[in-house]
Design a protein. Structure first.
Length: 245
């Protein structure tokens, strides 16, 4: 059964959490793509002489958090946010520098969470594979909330699969999901339901043009896109955007 609400989706991610890192390790380029996006984000930040403060939104089991630590250094203040208690439990079992913390919340709750977690806006925000899990009618609000929680001059990096509008990308994505990802999830008992949802959620996800428009509506500027290599070319995209001064 496909999850139809935020609570059900978080429950399915909870069930997938124990095998999540194993399955992502079998995806060629998954971790490298996270690291590349995190590095692009950190290199874009204004030089201040102090370690940056960063959001990791939809942090899951902490793979994107580790990418930010590697890019920004162990002195960076990083707050990972995710709705899945199971995923956060996996993240919290790992060794982290002193300034890394995690909070269970939805991206929609970001403004209230930020008041508790940080003293002011962050220098940047990273969100990998997040927005397609947000109901479409709430995505503009979430993008605006992310922009509001980054200081003027700060940067946002979003990474996700975007195939809408490209028949070739949709075909490759479906072939990989049904020929590789779902069978692997069954083989390692990784909760195949979440990977069937993954397939469909990507097909329904914003096109790059739709997400570009959301970023522009949020007032973000200097928007640039890159795509991954290998089988993910034209499928996995990273977008950088700046909150203007």
């Amino acid at each position: 059964m496909e999850p139809t609400s935020g609570t059900l989706l978080a429950d399915e991610f909870d069930r997938a959490a124990p095998r999540y890192d194993l399955l992502t390790s079998l995806n060629p380029g998954y971790v490298d793509a996270l690291r590349d996006a995190a590095r692009r984000l950190v290199l874009s930040l204004p030089v201040t002489g102090t370690a940056p403060t960063l959001w990791d939104l939809g942090c899951g089991s902490g793979l994107s958090t580790q990418a930010l630590v590697d890019a920004a250094g162990p002195g960076a203040r990083i707050v990972g946010l995710d709705a899945s208690a199971g995923m956060l439990a996996q993240a919290q079992e790992k060794d982290w520098p002193d300034h890394v913390s995690f909070v269970q919340a939805r991206a929609q709750d970001l403004p209230g969470v930020a008041e508790v977690q940080l003293d002011g806006p962050a220098d940047g925000a990273f969100a990998a594979y997040l927005l397609r899990n947000v109901p479409q009618e709430q995505r503009d609000d979430v993008v605006a909330a992310i922009a509001d929680q980054v200081r003027p001059g700060g940067w946002i990096a979003l990474q996700d699969y975007h195939v809408k509008g490209s028949r070739a990308a949709e075909a490759v994505w479906s072939a990989v999901c049904w020929g590789v990802v779902t069978p692997l999830s069954m083989a390692v008992r990784g909760n195949p339901a979440i990977y069937r949802y993954l397939w469909r959620s990507v097909l329904r996800n914003d096109s790059t043009e739709e997400l570009q428009a959301r970023l522009e509506r949020a007032g973000l500027t200097d928007i640039t896109w890159t795509t991954a290599g290998g089988w993910q070319r034209g499928i996995l995209h990273t977008v950088l955007a700046r909150r203007p001064l």
